[in-house]
Every structure is written in structure tokens, then in C-alpha cells.
Design a protein around this ligand. Structure first.
Ligand code: CA
Ligand code: CA
Length: 179
């Protein structure tokens, strides 16, 4: 019976040891999962503010619109057509936040601005007159030979330039989300 007692004791110690081991593994797993969840949430949060990209066609959400920078270069008119085909229009800049947003791409881009009809009378592609402008110093300077607007001097808030409409450039389309 002394032998049986010792065996029971040994078995109890082993069981206790295993129990401790399982508890430890369980604890580590829970801590790991919690930390992983926190990490995933922080990643999602940090990627959200401005550049929430759509899976299809790389549209970028900002304020109440979606924007898409082209991957190829075209003339201003062909750029305008491309945006129309996508149910959008060349970017129209109405607010200072939008102006700062477009500069962030650090790219020379056609926007929806033209004075083709009457020189010096700048209009947006939706027919509205340009009221607030962000011309770079000395611009617009092209007279009858530069009738299309582009974002060019993007390191400055006043980044606009007038350029000949036939030049091939990247462009930016804008699609309004709310009517
Ligand atoms: Ca002009
Ligand atoms: Ca110019």
C-alpha cells in the first residue's frame, strides 16, 4: 500500500504540473490575441484619415468626394473626357482644404480649369466661374496660348499654372459622393 500511495502522489504531482502548463499556455495565448487585436485596430485607424483607397481603380476619399490621379499623360481635353467616362469630372477646387489636398500628391496635374472661351475669364468644367484662386506668383501668364489650368508648384499652397491645353500631363478626376 505504501507503493500505491507513492504512485498516487506522483500522478497527482504530474497532473498538477500539466494543469499549470495548460494555464500558462492559455494565458500566453489570450495575451497574444489581445495584443494582436490592438495592433490590427491601430493599423486600421492610422490608415484611415485621408487616404482611404477604394479597391477598384485607386479612388481616394477626401471630404465629400473621391479622387483619382491618372497613371498616364493626356492633353487637357482628353483628360476631361476620361473623367466624364468614369462618371466624374476634372477636379474642381472650391475650398482651401481641397487645394492643400491636391498638392499632397506632389505631381503636376491637369485640373478642371480653363479660359478657352474668353481669355482671362477662368471657368471650372461644371460651368461655374472661378472665384477663389491659387495661382503661383506671376501666373496666369500665358494669354491666348495657355488656356488650361494645372497644379504645378505643389510645394507652395499657390500651386496653379496656366499651360497650353495640348500638352500631355497627368490629371486628377473628382467624383462627388453626396449630391
Ligand atoms: Ca489664357
Ligand atoms: Ca503659365
Amino acid at each position: 500500500s505504501e507503493f500505491i500511495k507513492k504512485s498516487y502522489c506522483r500522478a497527482a504531482v504530474i497532473l498538477l504540473g500539466l494543469l499549470c502548463l495548460f494555464l500558462l499556455i492559455g494565458f500566453i495565448t489570450v495575451v497574444f490575441l489581445c495584443e494582436y487585436k490592438k495592433y490590427v485596430i491601430s493599423m486600421l485607424k492610422s490608415s484611415q484619415p485621408k487616404l482611404l483607397t477604394d479597391c477598384q481603380g485607386n479612388w481616394v476619399a477626401f471630404s465629400d468626394s473621391l479622387y483619382q490621379v491618372s497613371l498616364e499623360k493626356k492633353s487637357w481635353e482628353e483628360s476631361r473626357q476620361d473623367c466624364l467616362q468614369k462618371g466624374a469630372h476634372l477636379m474642381i477646387i472650391n475650398r482651401r482644404e481641397e487645394q492643400n489636398f491636391v498638392n499632397q500628391f506632389k505631381k503636376s496635374l491637369w485640373i478642371g480649369l480653363t479660359d478657352s472661351e474668353t481669355d482671362g475669364r477662368w471657368k471650372w468644367v461644371d460651368g461655374t466661374r472661378m472665384t477663389t484662386s491659387y495661382w503661383n506668383s506671376g501666373e496666369p501668364n500665358g494669354g491666348r496660348s495657355e488656356n488650361c489650368g494645372e497644379v504645378r508648384f505643389y510645394d507652395s499652397e499657390n500651386s496653379w499654372n496656366d499651360a497650353p491645353c495640348s500638352i500631355e500631363k497627368f490629371w486628377i478626376c473628382e467624383k462627388r459622393v453626396s449630391p
